[in-house]
Design a protein around this ligand. Structure first.
Ligand SMILES: [Zn+2]
Length: 193
């Protein structure tokens, strides 16, 4: 069965106080995007420092929208932000796409309809625009599949954790605890380079 690209469509709060520097919205944005990249759905742990604030309509295109408009900001991983850059094929800030190429706001429910995940968690496009975004965000990168699977493993881990404490076999319980710690440490090392 195909999986959704993201657990749920993120929603930006509308009551955030105006700040002149868009970088000051980081914490609200991170919370609104549930600590995941708006575009690929990668979770930010353990790479929080690799997450950036993307301008959905790129700064170069802004005429009416201001650089610090919260409604134009996306919590994005470095991979997606770097791939997206200033690409805006319509050249019109009011028109994210022309039905064939361009973007859909990650906070729009339509965004999730452009993609799905295979059984192994790899992202695949479902529509023409999905295909365009898939290429332009490099969503084919293996890291998206790996991180998604890792997150699924962590869900199972959380289910197992309380049972480890209840386990009567001290040796098994010790080994399981060590395994869980090691698992997290190796993932961290992977991104510490
Ligand atoms: Zn991303």
């Amino acid at each position: 069965m195909a999986n959704r690209l993201r657990k749920q469509t993120p929603k930006r709060r509308t009551d955030v106080p105006t700040r002149t520097d868009y970088r000051k919205y980081r914490e609200e944005l991170r919370a609104d995007f549930d600590c995941h990249c708006g575009y690929c759905g990668d979770r930010d742990w353990p790479r929080k420092e690799h997450f950036e604030i993307d301008h959905f309509v790129p700064k170069e295109q802004l005429k009416i929208i201001r650089e610090n408009d919260y409604s134009n900001l996306v919590y994005a991983c470095r991979s997606c932000n770097n791939a997206k850059r200033a690409k805006w094929p319509t050249n019109d800030e009011r028109q994210p796409n022309n039905g064939k190429c361009g973007w859909i706001d990650p906070c729009d429910n339509l965004y999730d309809e452009q993609f799905e995940r295979t059984e192994t968690g790899a992202i695949t496009p479902k529509t023409e625009i999905g295909d365009w975004m898939y290429e332009n965000l490099k969503l084919w990168k293996k890291q998206h599949e790996v991180l998604w699977n890792y997150e699924q493993l962590e869900i199972i881990t959380e289910e197992i954790k309380p049972k480890i404490q209840d386990c009567d076999d001290i040796e098994i319980s010790r080994k399981l605890n060590a395994l869980l710690i090691e698992q997290q440490e190796w993932l961290k090392k992977l991104y510490d380079e």
